[in-house]
Design a protein around this ligand. Structure first.
Ligand code: MTE
Ligand code: MO
Length: 383
């Protein structure tokens, strides 16, 4: 595979892997706006970026449907109602580096910024599947299986990237799964799936297949490596010698869990009062973030942060992220001293009262996925 025809990228990205390209924005840049500018939106590729001619492009729909379809880009844009939603995408590998620091895991290292928030324009997957006369669940129509056009994924013997979601999610009128051709009001760019990608909000980024080639309605999950082997939380006794035994027994990840992180200040900063903590909070399944707690003493005592922006537009669920802010004006233990070291912590709560686990050791897993433990930042406060 050749990486000679990759698109232009923001020089400010933190590059975690060059080819295939995997990059995240700097944490302070990430929380500068509710909508992430497209050039700052994290990129997670498994192969070279395909260069697709939009006029020759077609989307195929087959499997358990009464009317298999081949649709042009123009068909997608004109035959189906256009909807725009705000949704964040988050890689299941977000915060993997921190999990690996506790005990080594395998996978591309990610800091705290392999998630971003955008507006997406496209048609509903539901409308396309209704047009294709999708069979009932009783006939075995259980999974919507997606294949991309990015041939050359080394993990899967050079096959393109693929994965699947349930038909229940795909057909849920409040599920808001889109076939998106616009991102932040513009034609979606090459890194993010031009000319058409799935946006499956509320579930791990891995299911939002880019450069969408084909949708098959199937009784079974995708056969792809990325559905059957990867993106699973194995229990902590699973290692590289016995993992094969657990591949089929361990469910593939769908909905995201609850997550938050402090993006400003950076770890080990030295700061004067007053200063402001800024971060993000998200949950899976479109569950609203009800509350973010901030601690200045490593989690002994907590206070509520101020929440910013929950613009859910036409959706009934909260697919977008929530930013939070907390300003520290006084610190009693600083009195009479030149400086003091403190441990900042955040943890979010969603409308089901889910909250984040304290320790990474309790959720450690072989692939380093879904690290959502309390996020801590050590800083020094100067007088
Ligand atoms: N789709 C294809 N075709 N190829 C890929 O490598 N990566 C997936 C998903 N869809 C991927 C893909 C993963 S793991 C994530 S987290 C998201 O795309 C990232 O989307 P983004 O690059 O637009 O941020
Ligand atoms: Mo991902």
């Amino acid at each position: 595979v050749s990486f000679e025809n990759e698109p232009y990228r923001d020089p400010d990205f933190i590059i975690n892997h060059k080819a295939p390209f995997n990059a995240e924005p700097k944490p302070d840049v990430l929380v500068q706006s509710f909508i992430t500018p497209t050039e700052k939106f994290y990129v997670r590729n498994h192969a070279p970026v395909p260069d697709i001619c939009p006029t020759a492009y077609t989307l195929k729909i087959d499997g358990l449907v009464g009317q298999p379809l081949t649709l042009s880009l123009n068909d997608i844009k004109t035959k189906f109602e256009k909807v725009t939603i705000t949704a964040h995408l988050q890689c299941a590998g977000n915060r993997r580096t921190a999990m690996s620091e506790y005990k080594k895991v395998k996978g591309v290292g990610w800091g705290i910024a392999s998630l971003s928030n955008a507006t997406w324009g496209g048609c509903r997957l539901r409308d396309v599947l209704l047009h294709a006369k999708i069979f009932s669940k009783e006939s075995g129509a259980n999974h919507a299986v997606f294949w991309g056009l990015d041939f050359g994924c080394p993990e899967d013997n050079g096959k393109p990237y693929g994965s699947s979601i349930t038909v229940e999610k795909a057909m849920d009128i409040d599920g808001d799964v889109l076939l998106a051709y616009e991102m932040n009001g513009e034609t979606i760019n090459r890194d993010h799936g031009f000319p058409l990608r799935v946006v499956a909000p509320g579930i791990i980024g891995a299911r939002s297949v880019k450069w969408l080639d084909k949708i098959t309605i199937s009784p079974h999950e995708s056969e792809s490596f990325f559905q059957r082997r990867d993106y699973k939380i194995f229990h902590n006794g699973v290692d590289w010698n016995n993992v094969e035994k657990y591949w089929d027994k361990t469910p593939s990840l769908q909905e995201l869990s609850i997550q938050s992180a402090i993006c400003v200040p950076a770890p080990n900063s030295a700061l004067y009062l007053p200063f402001t903590i800024t971060g993000y909070a998200t949950s899976g399944g479109g569950r609203k973030i009800e509350r973010v707690d901030v601690s200045l003493d490593g989690g002994e005592t907590w206070d509520y942060a101020e929440l910013l922006g929950e613009d859910k537009g036409v959706c009934t669920k909260y697919w977008g992220w929530t930013l939070f802010r907390y300003t520290i004006t006084k610190l009693p233990q600083l009195e009479g001293k030149d400086s003091t070291k403190i441990k900042l912590v955040c943890r979010a709560w969603d409308l089901s009262s889910n909250t984040q686990p304290k320790d990474v050791k309790d959720i450690w897993n072989l692939r380093g996925v879904m690290n959502n433990c309390w996020h801590t930042v050590d800083v020094t406060i100067l007088n």
